[in-house]
Design a protein. Structure first.
Length: 278
């Protein structure tokens, strides 16, 4: 059992989400930076899809009632063994984490996984729909599952921050925008708004002007979709985005760059680069 003494600004339980339910109106959710969660699980000998803790801007304190192996990945914070290596938390010990040197989201995996009750096949907290466990707060008790297999990795040196550049495939509604709008999107950096969250990264910068009036009927949208509301300020959808949307999507961020988007913090600058649709 792990007791949350302080969750930091925002912390949730996350696994790899609820894929395949969008036709029922259920978002996928799951870790915003999925590769970091997968790595943390591998470091403690877990299957990649087990649930861990996603910490937003660190500053958490966790009490391990029982001894457990754990690992930290994602945005780098000070830990007992640094980032990217398994470490042992003795019974009754407290894990204190500071703020990340760069990035926004840090992932804590515990051997055996966080074993809260699953909802629709996932233990993820969905901030949009409210599915899954509530966001962590002081006093939350998190059960830990039974370990399976062996710990085979001992070190995964953490990479430095990736350049804040998001590669974009144009469309499907780029024809709703004035000529050259995609060039405008890619010409200069955008700054990340403080209103960003797990639903999407809200950006401030050059306005993307529409060529059509009115709104689209709601249609399916995917993670990474760059939706543009009437303000002309783009939003990059993250893990908790709605399954459908009525604002036109000028392009979609490549899946390989979604971890970069997930680690953007308010005030950061980000650039887009477009590649032709195949």
């Amino acid at each position: 059992m792990i007791e949350v003494l302080a969750p930091g600004p925002y912390a949730t339980v996350q696994d790899l989400g609820r894929p395949g339910l969008a036709h029922l109106g259920v978002p996928r959710s799951g870790a915003a930076d999925a590769p970091s969660l997968r790595l943390a699980n591998r470091l403690v000998g877990n299957p990649e899809g087990l649930a861990g803790i996603e910490l937003t801007f660190g500053m958490a304190r966790l009490l391990f009632h029982d001894g457990a192996w754990a690992a930290l990945t994602g945005a780098p914070v000070d830990g007992p063994a640094g980032m990217g290596a398994p470490f042992w938390m003795p019974p009754g010990s407290e894990l204190r984490l500071g703020t990340p040197a760069w990035g926004l989201r840090t992932y804590l995996a515990v051997r055996g996984g966080i074993a809260v009750e699953p909802v629709l096949g996932s233990r993820s907290t969905d901030s949009l729909s409210g599915l899954g466990p509530e966001p962590l707060r002081a006093g939350t008790l998190l059960p830990v599952g039974r370990p399976e297999g062996e710990i085979r990795a001992d070190l995964a040196p953490p990479p430095g921050p990736r350049p804040a550049v998001l590669r974009v495939t144009p469309g499907p509604r780029d024809d709703w925008f004035a000529a050259g709008a995609l060039d405008v999107l890619c010409a200069r950096p955008y700054s990340v708004s403080q209103d960003s969250n797990r639903v999407g990264v809200r950006l401030r910068g050059a306005e993307l002007v529409r060529a059509r009036q009115g709104e689209l009927p709601s249609e399916g949208v995917v993670t990474g979709a760059i939706q543009v509301p009437p303000s002309g300020q783009p939003i990059v959808f993250l893990a908790d985005h709605p399954p459908t949307g009525g604002y036109p999507v000028i392009g979609v961020v490549r899946e390989a760059d979604l971890p970069v988007a997930a680690q953007l913090r308010p005030g950061d600058e980000v650039r887009f680069t477009a590649r032709p649709a195949r």
